[in-house]
Design a protein around this ligand. Structure first.
Ligand code: F0G
Length: 408
């Protein structure tokens, strides 16, 4: 059973009962969040194995019979000394979310939100997506036997993600704009038809699953907290969820500190990073966002009101990175540490490099970089890779062994 919780407006703090299905405050239109009564609680999960559901008491599902799972969470926290040395860090870890069942961090949120959808008796679930949310929702809907509808920007979703959505049997609608257009369509559909349940990160139940990344990192570091946590930012659901997770562990007394949250965006899709760097309290949406990191090609992030406080309260910062920096970081992580991530995820490594070079992160800091999605999702990146000399070598050539030795 979960501990006692309610919904609360992030903006005006109006409280709503646990069964509320709205995602915005009726009074001020602010985003809702789940608020647990946790102070003074003892944590019972010490001897359970690492996974999202390890932290059952902090997940707002009332009845276990509705839990829909594919074994999400429990992803590796990999020490990366070779890349760390290159970046100039003594302790660099990568929390590799590509190890989740559908290959991205979305599964953490989806197991909780899908379970909630079932608990609320919903039969049709819907999302807008740059690909990973759609892939995850499609898989969890198939698992639960719910109808799944995804709206995606036409021609802008990586091939692996489209394949996932199709194989899991979801209905796909394509809009001929960008992600922000797809998001507007989903908000309009779910606003007009109560039978369709919105599964984007506007849904506060989804963020409850995603916050477990913070719990896992603390557990994997034996109660130590990173000095900085670096991650890519699109809509901003993940960074705000993870900040909530660290804050809950801090309030519970499990940890003594909280990390600085460092959000990374692609330079032509960076409304949040720009607002942070200019110390503004509002974002300016970007029209026609562009980046090779299609997962975070977002100009109007729906969770921006939650993101700015997460970065500011944590004394964090935000970085912007170019496509070239993203591709270089993707190759570095794959070739130096054996971890293959999609471009959006590599943005966190690229952003970390920049933060370190600019002296915003200390050499002695304990840094955790979150890589959000698996590299196999986006095979189009192969076109950007240089071919090794051995690629053109033919073993029909008489002296091919000598040539091979020379190349190596
Ligand atoms: N990294 C990856 C691989 C993503 O797919 C996303 C978001 C993010 C980072 C950013 O996370 O939106 O919580 O700030 N993908 C969404 C999708 C938009 O539809 O799959 P965020």
């Amino acid at each position: 059973m979960p501990w006692l919780y309610r919904l609360r407006c992030f903006n005006c703090h109006t409280q709503y009962p646990a069964q509320t299905t709205n995602y915005r405050c009726e009074k001020c239109g602010g985003l809702l969040e789940i608020s647990f009564q946790i102070s003074g609680r003892k944590t019972p999960w010490k001897n359970r194995s690492l996974s999202v559901w390890k932290y059952r008491e902090l997940l707002p599902i009332d009845n276990d019979q509705f839990i829909t799972t594919l074994s999400e969470g429990g992803t590796g926290l990999h020490h990366c000394p070779r890349l760390g040395r290159e970046i100039g860090l003594k302790r660099l870890y990568v929390k590799n979310e590509g190890e989740n069942p559908t290959g991205s961090f979305k599964d953490r949120g989806m197991t909780v939100a899908l379970s909630k959808a079932r608990e609320l008796g919903k039969r049709k679930v819907v999302c807008a997506s740059t690909g990973n949310t759609a892939a995850s929702l499609a898989a969890y809907s198939a698992r639960a036997g719910l109808r799944c509808i995804v709206i995606v920007p036409k021609g802008k979703v990586a091939a692996g993600k489209m394949l996932q959505v199709m194989i899991h049997g979801a209905s796909i609608f394509q809009v001929s704009g960008d992600f922000d257009e797809a998001m507007r369509a989903v908000v309009s559909l779910t606003g007009r038809r109560k039978g369709f349940y919105l599964m984007n990160s506007l849904n506060p139940f989804r963020l409850e699953g995603q916050k477990t990344l913070a719990y896992e990192v603390c557990d994997q570091l034996d109660g130590e907290t990173p000095d900085s946590l670096v991650l890519p930012v699109g809509n901003g659901g993940n960074i705000s969820a993870i900040w909530k997770g660290f804050s809950e562990f801090y309030t519970l007394g499990v940890t003594k500190t909280r990390p600085r949250m460092i959000g990374v965006q692609a330079e032509n899709a960076a409304p949040i990073a720009k607002a942070v760097r200019r110390k503004e309290d509002k974002i300016q949406p970007v029209t026609n966002p562009r980046t090779i990191a299609s997962a975070i090609r977002i100009g109007s992030p729906v969770n921006w009101t939650k993101v700015l406080p997460a970065i500011n309260e944590s004394h964090g910062t935000a970085e912007t990175v170019s496509d070239k920096e993203i591709l270089d970081a993707q190759r570095d992580l794959a070739s130096k540490e054996g971890i293959f991530v999609e471009p959006a995820s590599a943005a966190s490594i690229a952003g970390l490099k920049k933060s370190r070079d600019a002296g915003r992160i200390d050499r002695s800091d304990l840094v955790v970089c979150v890589t959000t999605g698996h590299g196999l999702k986006d095979p189009s990146i192969a076109d950007h890779l240089p071919h090794h000399e051995s690629y053109t070598l033919k073993i029909t050539q008489p002296n091919w062994i000598e040539r091979l030795e020379r190349i190596l």
